[in-house]
Design a protein around this ligand. Structure first.
Ligand code: ZN
Ligand code: FE
Length: 268
């Protein structure tokens, strides 16, 4: 991963909020008490409600990919607030939008976000990475990396997705991972089937079950945690390889292992 290090000025007290939308989406919002940005607003109503409740002005919208549960609220929010919208270079987007690809930077809320190309779920999917917010990095990764799982391969190949996940896995361990869906419990059920002897995974599952019982989001996760529990970041681990080989004895390398495990998840 070739991130050019840059120190981001620390704005006073930004808050990170997960706004629930639809069945299991989160629209992530960062605000400073006056101004706000949101990521992947699939719905406008929940964002309008939060802006009103917290007396915020929406300045910026970041979009990771073209699916309607990530873009459906963009036009209404832009029209009502004049917010600047950033999104991927190569996907169909609600115009006008500032187009970004890997290596580009986006400024929002006095933070600088590095854009990372993460094709796989969709072919032009991008992620937004800030190297320092509130003492640690922050990642908005759309439907690429979930806690305990990864996005379905609608437009990309397993090799592309594995490459994208490997880029994210190489970010600093303390990076807060803001995924767009609360899929954690079902992902962990599957992860346990892949790695029944992973003690960290078992422990994390217990923790997440308690959080969901209390209706608390399991997110953000961290890269360090995902490296310990997410089978899609662990194609080189003995138990994951063993499970893949049980399903397909010809699975020889990391891409083949990843492919077999992803395929199994589709039908789990
Ligand atoms: Zn999607
Ligand atoms: Fe989605």
């Amino acid at each position: 991963m070739s991130h050019i290090p840059h120190s981001t000025p620390q704005p006073a007290a930004l808050s990170l909020v997960a706004l629930p939308a639809f069945e299991d989406n989160y629209i992530w919002m960062l605000h400073d008490g006056q101004r706000a940005m949101v990521v992947d607003p699939g719905a406008a109503d929940v964002v309008f409600e939060a802006l009103k409740r917290l007396s915020l002005r929406l300045e910026t919208i970041l979009v990771t990919h073209h699916h309607v549960d990530h873009t459906g609220g963009v036009d209404a929010l832009r029209n009502a607030t004049g917010a600047v919208v950033f999104g991927p270079l190569t996907e169909t987007m609600p115009e006008p939008i500032r187009r970004l690809q890997g290596g580009d930077k986006a400024q929002a809320m006095a933070l600088t976000f590095d854009v990372i190309d993460v094709p796989g779920h969709t072919s032009g999917h991008i992620a937004y990475y800030c190297d320092n917010w509130d003492g640690a990095p922050l990642l908005f990764c759309g439907d690429t990396l979930f806690s305990g799982g990864c996005g379905r391969l609608f437009e990309g190949t397993p090799a592309q997705m594995l490459d994208s996940l490997t880029k994210l896995a190489s970010l600093p361990g303390q990076t807060r991972v803001c995924c767009t869906h609360e899929y954690t419990l079902s992902n962990l059920k599957f992860a346990r089937a892949v790695e029944p002897n992973n003690a960290a995974l078992f422990q994390y599952q217990q923790q997440c079950m308690a959080l969901r019982e209390a209706k608390v989001p399991t997110l953000p996760s961290t890269i360090a945690r995902e490296l310990k529990i997410n089978p899609f970041l662990r194609s080189d681990q003995a138990e994951v390889v063993q499970t893949a080989k049980h399903l397909d004895p010809t699975a020889a390398d990391a891409v083949a292992v990843f492919t077999v495990i992803r395929q199994w998840k589709n039908n789990f």
